[in-house]
Design a protein around this ligand. Structure first.
Ligand SMILES: Nc1ncnc2c1ncn2[C@@H]1O[C@H](COP(=O)(O)OP(=O)(O)OP(=O)(O)O)[C@@H](O)[C@H]1O
Ligand SMILES: [Mg+2]
Length: 263
C-alpha cells in the first residue's frame, strides 16, 4: 500500500525563478531567465533543448559551480550554494580528468578523497567500473593518451563510483558511437534500478530523453525558458503519455520555436 505524502512535502529538487548570467568586464549574457521546475527523489529528470538554451549552465548551477543572479535552487529543502559530496557531476567538457593521474587513479583518487572507501577497496571497485565502461585495457593510460569518448567514459565511471545520491550528467554519451551509447544507456538504467538515486541528465537527443527519462523538461531557445514538461514513463497511468505521443509533441514545439525564431 502506498502512503500518501504530506500535503506540504517539498520536492526533492526545487528550482525557482532562476536567472543565470555570465558577467565579464565587456559583456553580460543571460543564459536562463526566471525559470522554475522540480524533481522528485528517484526521478530521472531530463533537461532537453536546443544548443545554447542554457542546459549546461543550469546543471552547473545545480552542481553548485555557478551562483544564481536571481532565484534559488534547493535540494531536500537546503539552498545550493556550492558543490558538495551529495552531487556527482559529469561535465560536457572533455578535460575534466586530472591530467597527471591514470584512468584508474582518477577514479581511486575521487573515491578515497571523498572518504567513501580505503585505497585497496577503491582500487578493486575502480577496476570494476573501468570494466563496465569497457576500458579495462586502458587503466594505466593518462588522459592525454585517451580519445574524447574514452575520457568521457572514465569521467562517467568516476562519477558513478562516488555513489552520490544525486547524479548530474551533461550529454555524457554525446561523443560515443551508437553501439557504446546504447550500451551505456542500458548500463545507466540498470544501475538506477539496482540503486535508485536522482539523475539529472542533459541531452539534445529526443530519443535519449525518451529512453532515459521519467520526467522531461523541454527548454526553448536562448535565453532558456521552460517550454513544456512531460512524464513519459508513467505510461500505465492516466496522466502519463506514450513515448510516441511525447516525441510528436516535443518535435512540434521545437519546430514552432524555430519558426518563431526565424521570424
Ligand atoms: N563561460 C561562458 N561565458 C559567457 N557566456 C557563456 C559561457 N558559457 C555559456 N555561455 C552562454 O550561455 C548560454 C547558454 O550556454 P550553455 O552552454 O548553458 O548552453 P547549452 O544548452 O548547454 O548548449 P549546448 O547544447 O550547445 O551544450 C549561451 O548563450 C552561451 O553562449
Ligand atoms: Mg551544454
Amino acid at each position: 500500500m502506498c502512503e500518501a505524502s504530506a500535503p506540504d512535502a517539498r520536492p526533492f529538487l526545487e528550482v525557482s525563478n532562476l536567472t543565470l548570467q555570465y558577467k565579464t568586464a565587456r559583456y553580460l549574457v543571460t543564459a536562463t531567465s526566471n525559470i522554475g521546475f522540480h524533481a522528485d527523489s528517484f526521478d530521472r529528470l531530463i533537461l532537453l533543448g536546443p544548443s545554447g538554451c542554457g542546459k549546461s549552465t543550469i546543471l552547473k548551477a545545480v552542481g553548485g559551480y555557478i551562483k544564481p543572479a536571481g532565484g534559488e535552487i534547493r535540494l531536500q529543502g537546503k539552498l545550493v550554494t556550492k558543490p558538495g559530496a551529495d552531487r556527482g557531476m559529469v561535465f560536457q567538457e572533455f578535460d575534466q580528468l586530472l591530467p597527471w593521474k591514470t584512468a584508474l587513479e582518477n577514479i581511486v583518487f575521487a573515491v578515497t578523497s571523498a572518504g567513501r572507501l580505503p585505497r585497496r577497496q577503491a582500487v578493486a571497485e575502480a577496476r570494476e567500473w573501468l570494466h563496465k565502461v569497457n576500458l579495462t585495457a586502458f587503466e594505466n593510460s593518462y588522459p592525454h593518451e585517451l580519445s574524447g569518448g574514452m575520457k568521457q567514459r572514465v569521467a562517467i565511471a568516476r562519477c558513478l563510483a562516488l555513489r552520490s545520491p544525486v547524479i548530474l550528467m551533461d550529454e555524457p554519451f554525446a561523443s560515443l558511437d551508437a553501439f557504446s551509447r546504447s550500451a551505456m544507456q542500458e548500463e545507466l538504467l540498470s544501475l538506477w534500478e539496482e540503486n535508485r538515486r536522482t539523475l539529472i541528465f542533459v541531452t539534445h537527443s529526443i530519443e535519449e530523453a525518451l529512453i532515459l527519462g521519467t520526467r522531461i523538461i523541454l527548454f526553448s531557445s536562448h535565453p532558456g525558458q521552460v517550454r513544456a514538461e512531460f512524464t513519459p514513463v508513467r505510461r500505465d497511468t492516466a496522466q502519463g503519455l506514450r513515448g510516441k505521443e511525447v516525441r510528436e509533441r516535443i518535435e512540434h514545439l521545437l519546430f514552432q520555436d524555430r519558426v518563431d525564431y526565424a521570424i
